[in-house]
Design a protein around this ligand. Structure first.
Ligand code: ADP
Ligand code: MG
Length: 491
């Protein structure tokens, strides 16, 4: 379809030199009024025409090639765009950076990743400890950098990757949007399912035996540090039968999803754990999440900056398979203030904001919520309603049973005959720490499981030390010279 430049040039030259030998040339010899023949017989002019034709042909060819290529791309390739907002984004990124088996010479050069980005998390080792003082452990994970890459997924299956930063930004966090585009040949499209499954499995393998704790950061849930080792349920010692009742109820709820769906009831359950600080409320919820293989999504309502709107937004995007933990819910009741006429609710959560979050429109469909408070007396009975709070449980001061169980966990291996445990419990009783006292000079009082844990940790492997220091479990009372309200520990 495109005229061959060589042929056209040659034709022009022949026409110019041997004009008289054929009929066309004979015709051309008759002088035309416009002198066109003379013009065409001019080798320079004819050559120019040839060149112009050549240029046009090249342009046409190029356009045809481009449209052909884009047609081919449309017909032959599959594109998948993953936005940074999608939970699979970090998984796929991690999966892409995985080391892949050695390939042939060409494939190796084609798929070599030249642009990498690093994501680092740090944690201090044994903070304050004598050996590791000030040491920080850094964990580096390499990811594909911005730009285009090609990876070889399997023999013969290549995936082109384009990681791009968009010019738009996330309005709530101020971070630029990012997308990851995977391109595959149409016949290989079924591989995509594999890619996502593998990426997800890889991400969960990093979290095996760990519990992820999410926190509200910049209007979004973000993992709080690295996933932490699961806490064993057995390590949290609550009053006799308390743990079993809650765990049993949660498991029953998890098994009853169909029941809720069939009846059109929102699949939600709420638990309220109340009692003094340091009794194991937060630890228990974390351990329960580990037991269920769930993560924890935590918001502290007494934190400044947690507003009704933020809470509502967070609840609509709860991480999957997570226990919602609302700490210090009493904070919402100190702000009974409703919205001002201008819609401003202040910088903390209000009572109505909390109720809306629990069972209003913003509340997610599937949800298990744990609410904690140190001040049950500040709560409103409206909170205790099915769907908001279905089960209330007091997690109280340390009982004799708990003290004994904790002793067994710490000294069980060295206190085989249980004599140490008996002496420890007697000494706590003498100090009136189980809420009653035989000696009129000793007031009846209580201690917390957190305090017992502190005592046992201080006396690691030293039973006598723990027994001798039992007095340290007496709750400290601060004199009036201390400014009141200067300290606040979360629930
Ligand atoms: N019942 C308990 N069993 C085991 N450890 C406990 C218990 N209560 C408190 N602790 C320990 O005390 C610390 C504070 O407990 P935490 O769960 O934060 O208490 P709360 O949330 O009730 O204020 C944690 O290190 C935890 O391990
Ligand atoms: Mg707590």
């Amino acid at each position: 379809m495109s005229p061959d430049p060589q042929t056209s040039l040659a034709t022009a030259a022949t026409a110019a030199t041997a004009a008289t030998t054929n009929t066309i040339a004979a015709k051309a010899a008759t002088p035309s009024t416009l002198g066109l023949d003379a013009l065409f017989n001019n080798p320079v002019f004819a050559g120019g025409i040839g060149l112009a034709g050549l240029g046009a042909a090249a342009a046409f060819g190029r356009r045809a090639l481009i449209s052909g290529a884009s047609l081919l791309r449309r017909q032959m390739l599959v594109n998948v765009e993953i936005s940074k907002r999608d939970p699979s984004y970090p998984w796929v990124l991690q999966w892409l950076a995985q080391p892949r088996e050695e390939t042939g010479f060409i494939a190796k050069r084609l798929t070599r990743m030249r642009k990498l980005a690093v994501s680092t998390t740090t944690r201090s080792i044994n903070p304050g400890g004598p050996a590791g003082e000030g040491r920080i452990h850094a964990d580096f994970r390499v990811q594909p950098g911005y730009g285009r890459h090609i990876i070889r997924h399997k023999p013969g299956v290549y995936i082109a990757v384009n990681r791009e930063k968009a010019s738009t930004t996330n309005t709530s966090t101020g971070e630029p949007h990012e997308t990851l585009t995977l391109t595959l040949l149409w016949p290989h499209r079924h591989v995509l399912g594999e890619v996502f499954t593998e990426a997800h499995a890889l991400a969960t393998s990093f979290q095996e035996g760990k519990t992820v704790v999410y926190c509200a950061r910049r209007m979004e849930w973000q993992p709080l540090g690295k996933p932490r080792l699961k806490r064993k349920l057995a390590s949290v010692i609550l009053g006799e039968g308390v743990k079993e009742r809650i765990v049993g109820d949660v498991k029953e709820f998890l098994a009853a999803q169909q029941w809720y769906t069939d009846r059109g009831v929102p699949y939600r359950r709420g638990y309220l754990l109340y009692g003094p600080p340091g009794t194991g409320k937060t630890s228990f919820i974390q351990a329960l999440a580990g037991e269920l293989d769930y993560s924890v999504a935590m918001v502290n309502l007494s934190e400044v900056g947690i507003t009704d709107d933020l809470l509502a937004q967070l609840l609509t995007q709860l991480p999957e398979k997570s226990l919602l933990l609302l700490e210090d819910v009493d904070a919402a009741f100190q702000n009974r203030r409703q919205r001002d006429s201008d819609g401003y609710t202040g910088n903390t959560v209000t009572f109505s904001g909390l109720l809306n979050a629990l069972d209003g429109l913003a509340a997610g469909e599937d949800r298990i919520a744990f609410l904690t408070t140190n001040h049950i007396d500040r709560l409103d009975p409206a909170l205790i309603r099915p769907g908001r709070v279905d089960m209330m449980m007091r997690i109280g001061e340390a009982t004799r049973y708990q003290a004994a169980e904790m002793w067994r966990r710490y000294y069980g291996d060295i206190d085989k005959d249980g004599r140490g445990c008996k002496r420890f419990l007697e000494s706590l009783e003498e100090l009136g720490l189980f809420g009653q006292s035989k000696d009129p000079n000793v007031p009846a009082r209580h201690t917390s499981t957190a305090a017992i844990q502190g005592l046992f940790q201080f006396n690691k492997g030293d039973m006598e030390g723990a027994i001798n220091m039992a007095e340290g479990l007496i709750p400290r009372e601060f004199g009036p010279e201390l400014p009141s309200g200067a300290m606040k520990s979360p629930a």
